[in-house]
Design a binder for this molecule. Structure first.
Ligand code: KG4
Length: 339
């Protein structure tokens, strides 16, 4: 019998619970938190409190949607880190209590590994192709920009990563400078569709190896706007679409250049994309271009599995369940954790 796993995700500002049976997703419920909107970013204390309010209704709905009862659940998997400590505590405590009460195994999950393994989530109605090992995964989110070499489900190595800001942070910070609301990434993506990506040129970093840097771009963007606004106060408003398109192109070029080098160096043609920024339409297109140009087999996740979700926690839980990688009740969350 395929194990039924309850996944719990609470690392940042989304409370999520999901149920998988084998590698098939039965339900994936996400409760966002509107409370942060007026602050322009996530307020950790408010996030933990909202998780506490959301966790039980969210788990309840996930079980109801899946048609699963507490007795049916084989194990509970939860995000141990990285993330906000208070937020992680809520999911961890809930998972521990659930496992203890039901006398079922408890499985800790690294949120970053889970983003990569989201590619293995299958739907009930339609199976899709999954990456073959070894594959490369470009993991880009609000907190991470990494190229991960994935040798097996639980055998991963970071071969390149940002030395300062993450790609999502670059989108969000540049959006803020233009007066756009948080998170700016999706809005830049939308406005960029109406703009000319070659209208402006922004500096690209010179970083060694397969590492990334985005803080220089953010600063040069800020100075560029400051200089132009001095001469023309309406500069941003009048050029918003072109600014977004040019900025987005620069970020994508930076990401893709190193990914192409990584693929060249390793000889790997199985290339996957993961994390919140993978929702970006320009980046998705760059992947499709890579398929044509370099003969890559590309894997782009469904939108629902790009941002924080418990489906990816449950599927990672499955791979650990198969290896009996369980933890005890003394487990504690980690704010920082590497793959
Ligand atoms: O993985 P994620 O949901 O969580 C964090 O790591 O925080 O990623 C969120 C990030 C934010 O920086 C957001 O601006 C960015 O993903 N993002 C996008 C798009 N959708 C979300 N960036 C560019 N284009 C998008 N369409």
């Amino acid at each position: 019998m395929e194990p039924i796993i309850l996944g719990i995700e609470s690392s940042c500002d989304d409370t999520s619970a999901a149920i998988t049976k084998g590698d098939t997703i039965l339900s994936n419920v996400i409760a966002g938190q509107k409370v942060h909107e007026e602050y322009g970013g996530v307020v950790p204390e408010l996030a933990s409190r909202a998780h506490q309010q959301n966790i039980i209704p969210v788990v309840h709905k996930a079980m109801k949607d899946a048609g699963v009862k507490t007795n049916d659940i084989s194990a509970v998997a939860f995000t141990r880190g990285p993330g906000l400590m208070g937020s992680l505590m809520v999911g961890t405590s809930f998972a521990k209590g659930f496992a203890l009460a039901r006398k079922i195994p408890l499985i800790e999950v690294n949120h970053l590994q889970a983003h990569v393994l989201a590619h293995f989530i299958q739907e009930t109605d339609q199976k899709h192709a999954v990456p073959e090992f070894p594959f490369l995964c470009l993991l880009v989110s609000g907190g991470n920009s990494q190229i991960v070499l994935v040798r097996d489900f639980l055998d991963m190595e970071i071969i390149g990563q940002t030395i300062d800001d993450a790609a999502g942070e670059a989108f969000d910070k540049c959006a803020k400078v233009m007066g756009l609301p948080y998170p700016g990434g999706p809005l830049i993506d939308k406005l960029a569709r109406e703009g000319n990506p070659d209208a402006f040129e922004f500096s690209k970093p010179a970083v060694a190896n397969l590492d990334y840097s985005f803080s220089g771009l953010k600063t040069s963007f800020l100075y560029f706007l400051r200089d132009h606004v001095r001469k023309d106060p309406d500069f941003v408003e009048d050029n918003k679409n072109d600014l977004c398109a040019s900025l987005q192109k620069t970020i994508i070029d930076i990401l893709m250049e190193k990914l192409v080098t990584a693929a060249d160096q390793t000889g790997i043609k199985e290339i996957a994309l993961a994390g919140g920024v993978s929702a970006n339409s320009g980046l998705r297109k760059a992947f499709r271009d890579g398929k044509k140009k370099y003969g890559w087999n590309i894997y782009i996740p469904k939108f629902a599995y790009t941002t924080d979700n418990a489906a990816m926690i449950a599927i990672t839980g499955l791979f650990k369940y198969r290896k009996k990688e369980f933890v005890g009740q003394d487990v504690a969350p980690f704010a920082r954790m590497v793959i």
